[in-house]
Design a protein. Structure first.
Length: 195
């Protein structure tokens, strides 16, 4: 059975309005460290992005941060990471985060989190990867997105199987088990899907 060694986490550079967002991020970070799962994330020290990274580090885990040059100050790159990679642009950041992870977890966030998530899902739809994508629906945060995904299906722009490209869990620590359960035994051949 494949081993979950690293988890990429997409999440907000803001704390959000509910304490539950940071609480769940901290719980995920602790669970990752305790289970020997390396965090791969955007490198920032603010918002719930910073919360999850600090939690991993505080419990003895490894954290790989990947941050673009232009955000190094805005997102205040977190000190003390196991590895920090400063890259030239957002595209390089997303590619490196993907390449260095076995699975992806999506915590609450804004436009940047959606951008990262939909790019990864698009690659999966095109059969470019089979990595698990786990949406953590803390306090129902992603309910609107899930409804919208269903509306895309009803409007004929995606198929039922595309809703199966990601899994939804209610709490952050559940993301680890879901990612483990869904790890592919071997990568599928890259074959673009026809629409």
């Amino acid at each position: 059975m494949p081993e979950l060694r690293s988890l990429c986490v997409f999440c907000g550079a803001s704390p959000g309005a509910l304490p539950a967002y940071a609480d769940e991020a901290a719980a995920l970070g602790r669970a990752m460290a305790e289970n020997g799962v390396r965090l791969v994330y955007g490198g920032g020290g603010i918002g719930i992005m910073g919360v999850v990274a600090r939690a991993v580090l505080a419990h003895g885990g490894e954290v790989v941060g990947i941050i673009p040059e232009h955000l190094q100050t805005a997102e205040i790159a977190l000190d003390g990471l196991t590895e920090l990679h400063v890259v030239p642009d957002m595209h390089t950041r997303k590619r490196m985060m993907f390449e260095r992870s076995d699975a992806i977890a999506v915590l609450p966030g804004g436009f940047g989190t959606l951008d990262e998530t939909f790019e990864i899902l698009t690659w999966k739809q095109l059969n470019l990867h089979a990595k698990p994508v786990i949406v953590v629906n803390t306090a129902g945060y992603w309910d609107g997105l899930l409804t919208f995904c269903r509306s895309m299906l009803e409007a004929g722009f995606i198929r039922e199987k595309h809703l199966g490209m990601f899994s939804v869990v209610d709490s952050a620590p559940q993301a680890l088990q879901a990612a483990r359960d869904l790890l592919p035994v071997s990568a599928p051949a890259a074959r673009p899907e026809r629409f």
